[in-house]
Design a protein. Structure first.
Length: 342
């Protein structure tokens, strides 16, 4: 039965929920996110140190893949370089209690491993871009993640040992709106999980991993699923074999924005440069904002908007995403809403 289900898992989909953690769970997730950032930076530090030693003429092996980075970080976190905790007895004798990273057992091992895997992917993307194997925009060398401008996030795999429950579960203990995560426990969610629970109960999907991210002072979880194909009733209508003029397949990628091709693989259109109407319109908006902010507050122009401000809502390509509110004496504020790039 499981082999048949595995063969039918032909697509990947994602469910995203807003979490409602307790104070303890909030602290645990913040600790895991910090551990992920720490592991990424330490792995990058190991790589840069090895590259420097190799440039100096020393025969040093540089860990480059995710597997090598995991082994390098595991060896480092147990070494004296990661830290030691000492205890001094009454007789003055100093004894080393812990050698290695003292807090490594307070977070899941998977957090360190997934951070190393992410760095390995970044290094591969950089090397492929340098050699010309990767198409598209040039990729820079991975940079250290700063605490101030890095979005807190970490990833947990859903590895299930034989005969045991999966570590990531949804809707347990009569709490439909909850998700159980390894090392954190059962966390409440604000959203309805009925559709996901039905897919899991009917063996139409299985969770591969969970990514937790903190944005706007809220924690979010994205569950990546491997699922069976959609029901035939939700498929697009089949194409008439005699009609070869009106049907194409669209592929939205990274190196090319959109590629259109027929069923036999013949490419009919390729758009490499994605439209950037919002970015283009924001340049004009910033220029006009500076011009308006320089006006004297006691001057007549400070009381009413300039004609360019009135025109930007109709002439700018960002008029669907930007709205203005005006008070009798001045512009009160500028608010930007959600926009989608087309």
């Amino acid at each position: 039965m499981s082999a048949m289900l595995t063969a039918e898992m032909t697509r990947h989909t994602t469910f995203r929920f807003c979490l409602d953690p307790t104070v303890e769970q909030h602290s645990l997730m913040s600790r895991h996110a910090g551990a992920s950032r720490f592991a990424f930076n330490q792995c990058l530090r190991i790589v840069k140190t090895a590259l420097t030693q190799r440039d100096a003429g020393r025969d040093t092996e540089v860990p480059w893949t995710g597997f090598d980075l995991i082994n390098a970080f595991n060896a480092w976190k147990r070494s004296e370089e990661a830290g030691r905790i000492f205890a001094v007895g009454n007789d003055g004798v100093v004894t080393a209690l812990v050698t290695g990273l003292p807090w490594r057992t307070e977070v899941r091992q998977q957090v360190f491993e997934e951070a190393a895997v992410d760095l390995g992917k970044g290094l591969k993307a950089w090397s492929d871009s340098q050699s010309g194997q990767r198409r598209g925009k040039r990729i820079g060398f991975p940079q250290f993640k700063k605490k101030t401008n890095t979005v807190p996030s970490f990833r947990l795999r859903n590895n299930r040992p034989n005969g045991q429950l999966p570590p990531i579960r949804v809707g347990e203990c009569n709490r439909p709106r909850s998700i159980t995560l390894p090392g954190i426990g059962q966390i409440g969610v604000f959203d309805d999980t009925r559709r996901l629970r039905r897919m899991l109960t009917n063996n139409r999907a299985k969770i591969r991993f969970a990514t937790l991210t903190r944005r706007r002072d809220r924690w979010w979880v994205s569950l990546n699923l491997e699922a069976v194909d959609l029901h035939p009733g939700r498929h697009h209508p089949s194409r008439d074999p005699a009609d070869d003029t009106r049907w194409v397949g669209l592929d939205r990628g990274l190196s090319a924005f959109v590629v259109a091709a027929t069923a036999d693989g013949k490419e009919v259109a390729r758009i490499t440069a994605a439209p950037k109407a919002l970015a283009k319109g924001m340049v004009k908006q910033r220029r006009l904002a500076k011009s308006l902010s320089r006006n004297r507050k006691d001057h007549e122009t400070a009381r009413t908007p300039q004609p360019n401000w009135a025109d930007i809502t109709t002439t700018s390509p960002t008029s669907d995403a930007i709205s203005f509110t005006m008070s009798p004496t001045r512009w009160s504020r500028l608010t930007t809403g959600s926009s989608s790039r087309t």
